[in-house]
Ligand binder design. Structure first.
Ligand code: AHR
Length: 350
């Protein structure tokens, strides 16, 4: 009996230490969080540990584009203390593993809601199950998650990316008709977004639906420019080196378009309605519309980044015990050089 006691005692002491440490860590997580520079910053410096505020943890993809900056700003300006919120914002720098870490921290911090903009569609089942087990509703925004069990998230709000891609194809169809080029062989290259992201998948597949109806449209190459200007420029430079003739560039976001325009001009070619290469872009941020007015982009399919107020409305409904729609699309349009854009650009929020 005595020998048994001696063997068990050290184990018991170890157990007590481990439990103590875990409680300590958990409580320190509730009072501080790491900002993007890795520094500890007070996170609940509000009255009575957040009492009276709705605490929202937002896992943002990164800051890869003008669209993303506008999207972040929309959340930051909506989820303010004046509006009754305390926002925990994390920038995952385009990394899936960072988002998983951020969500796990939100769960430990016992936030009231998690808002997730997922970099790619796959790989979310386990962490969303952890959020569900912790009783924290998850609102997915912009890009979607592909999970086996749809009850792992409350709802999704964002753009109809497939419709945007299809719209781009339809626009090209009627533009070529207006130029009397419907029968010509049309050589196309595509700068794709981050592979596996809903915006990339939808835009590629939507355009493909129209492409498949035109035997004379040749897709020369598709490659990811990761939604960034630098990578967009690099990929376009490669396309221009590989193909002497390119009639159309489809660029799955405006920042890649800016990079592609640099590459086109550096190669001695021109782009836009009067140029050598037709440019089709997505997002319709202010800078891109200005380039359109300057005659360098032919058409821009709008993608609305102002999702903050919509998510706040969803949270208000959930707080009131109301049902919310599982899938919520935002309204969008497109712009081309036949439209008068100057006044609209002046008043545009992004
Ligand atoms: O998911 C939305 C896309 O992501 C936007 O088109 C792009 O600019 C952003 O980076």
């Amino acid at each position: 009996m005595k020998r048994y006691k001696f063997a068990v005692m050290p184990l018991l002491i170890l157990l007590v230490c481990l439990v103590g440490c875990s409680i300590f860590n958990r409580s320190s997580l509730r009072t501080t969080s790491e900002d993007d520079s890795g520094q500890e910053t007070p996170y609940r410096d509000m009255p009575k540990d957040g009492e009276g505020y709705i605490v929202v943890g937002f896992s943002q993809i990164g800051s890869e584009s003008d669209w993303r900056t506008a999207n972040t700003e929309s959340f930051k300006s909506t989820f303010t203390a004046e509006n009754g919120y305390y926002l925990l914002f994390k920038d995952a720098q385009q990394k899936h593993e960072n988002q998983i870490k951020d969500i796990r921290n939100f769960i430990l911090q016992e936030v009231d809601y998690i808002v997730l903009d997922p970099v790619v569609e796959t790989g979310w089942d386990a962490v969303l199950m952890e959020a569900k087990d912790a009783g924290i509703p998850v609102i997915v925004v912009d890009r979607q998650v592909s999970v086996k069990d749809e009850s792992l998230f409350t709802c999704w709000v964002g753009s109809d990316f497939r419709k945007e891609g299809r719209r781009a194809g339809k626009w090209l169809e009627s533009y070529l008709e207006s130029q009397e080029r419907s029968e010509e062989e049309i050589k196309i290259v595509t700068l794709q977004g981050t592979l596996g992201a809903t915006s990339q998948i939808g835009r590629t597949e939507g355009f493909e639906e129209v492409l498949s109806k035109h035997k004379n449209w040749k897709m020369l190459a598709r490659e990811s420019g990761e939604f960034t200007q630098a990578k967009g420029q690099e990929v376009m430079e490669n396309f221009l080196a590989d193909y002497d003739e390119i009639d159309v560039v489809i660029s799955e976001n405006d920042n890649m378009t800016f990079g592609a325009m640099e590459a086109i001009e550096a190669s001695g070619k021109t782009c836009g309605p009067e140029g050598d290469i037709i440019v089709i872009s997505f997002d319709a941020v202010k800078a891109a519309l200005q380039f359109m007015v300057a005659g360098k982009i032919n058409v821009d399919l709008e993608c609305n980044p102002l999702l903050g107020p919509m998510v706040s409305e969803i949270i208000e409904k959930l707080e009131a015990g109301k049902e919310v729609g599982k899938t919520q699309y935002v309204e969008e349009q497109y712009f081309d050089t036949t439209m008068s854009l100057e006044n609209m650009i002046k008043n545009r929020a992004y």
